[in-house]
Design a binder for this molecule. Structure first.
Ligand SMILES: Cc1ncc(COP(=O)(O)O)c(C=O)c1O
Length: 356
């Protein structure tokens, strides 16, 4: 049987959740499990993350999946609801909404009593310069004051555009957040994703919203998970299914983009973009075998790649790590011109998933 496998390490997930607790001991933790827990499989991840105070997802479907799996923690819809008819479902299922535009506010106010009676908080989103979602600073204070006057419990929510970098907008976003929080006091607040949890300990406030750090990938371009003391959760492996000896001058794979400059041994590994392994690779990419890295040769195909097996004692069936503990997903992403987030989220359904 074809052995393309995604191992999910629940101990690593718990370790990373504990890292959040260490870094933000006074804040409640909203574990971000959107996009199928960043591609890791929401069912397995919820079990490992059950000590989270709450969960964050991008849409109602994702929230309902959590409820169907039996978890009762608060859930925040970080983009709120998408149409008025979702409001009743949200209330029935005890799901909390973000409001980021006037229509969402109207839908919420139309269900005011039921929402408040259920003890649900409203997350009011500030657009402090990222310019995706949210009320601008000149509008949001009035929105919050109105909601508070109606009896809602509000959380001021904000998202950094550059938490992973030094950028002048960071300071501006912080100032706007603090101004609203002070002017509408008392008011709960939440503005920290993974990068901001590390970078801004003074801004943890009531709720932190870790995503990528839970899964053991880095939010920073210049810091590895070892620097951040995180453990990789996903290990993605496949097996050697053929060994070929080629002569100098021979080509490998689609487009014949690789030409051997010496006689060499190739191992063909049963993995490809049909499994979620990326194809582009503007830079040289590597895989790991027993802790040792070797280069990927030629183009990634839908179901197969070739790797350099010269001087390596590989057999049919040898397990190859595409990413995991030796070859970090962040390094594969860097070679591919992207970020770990994307590679993790775009895993296909084909590899077998195993919880370890
Ligand atoms: C509103 C919000 N909060 C928190 C997060 C988690 O971010 P990260 O995965 O960088 O920790 C996200 C992710 O995109 C988000 O959209």
């Amino acid at each position: 049987m074809r052995q393309a496998t995604v191992y999910i390490d629940s101990t690593a997930l718990q370790y990373n959740l504990n890292r959040v607790k260490q870094l933000a001991p006074t804040a409640k933790i909203v574990s971000m499990v959107k996009a199928n827990a960043y591609g890791h499989g929401v069912k397995d991840c919820l079990a490992a993350l059950k000590d989270s105070d709450a969960f964050g997802v991008a849409c109602l479907q994702e929230a309902l999946e959590i409820r169907e799996l039996g978890y009762q923690q608060p859930i925040t819809l970080i983009e709120g609801i998408f149409s008025a008819d979702e409001m009743q479902i949200v209330i029935n299922q005890n799901i909390e909404v973000v409001v980021h535009h006037q229509a969402q506010l109207d839908w919420l106010l139309a269900h005011k009593d039921a929402y408040i009676t259920k003890g649900l908080k409203v997350w009011v989103k500030l657009n402090s310069g990222m310019n995706r979602l949210g009320f601008k600073i000149d509008v949001i204070k009035q929105v919050i004051n109105q909601l508070k006057a109606e009896g809602f419990t509000c959380v001021l929510a904000m998202h950094f555009a550059n938490a992973d970098a030094d950028h002048p907008l960071n300071e501006e976003q912080v100032q706007q957040f603090l101004e609203v929080k002070n002017d509408c006091a008392p008011l709960m607040g939440s503005c920290c994703n993974s990068a901001a949890i590390y970078k801004y300990p003074e801004l943890h406030f009531d709720f932190v919203r870790p995503g990528i750090m839970l899964y053991g990938a880095t939010p920073f371009a210049d810091k590895t998970i070892h620097d951040l003391d995180l453990k990789p959760v996903m290990t993605f492996t496949a097996e050697v299914i053929a060994l070929n000896h080629i002569k100098a001058g021979e080509h490998v794979g689609y487009g014949s983009t690789f030409t051997a400059d010496q006689d060499m041994t190739l191992a063909i590994v049963s993995i490809g973009y049909g499994d979620g392994y990326p194809r582009a690779f503007p830079k040289q990419n590597y895989v790991a075998i027993n802790g040792q890295q070797t280069r990927v040769i030629g183009r990634v195909a839908m179901d197969m790649i070739a790797i350099d097996a010269t001087d390596l004692n590989l057999q049919l069936g040898t397990e190859v790590e595409l990413w995991g503990k030796t070859r970090l997903v962040d390094d594969v992403a860097e070679a591919n011109g992207t970020i770990g987030y994307e590679l993790l989220c775009r895993m296909s359904a084909r590899p077998v998933r195993k919880l370890v």
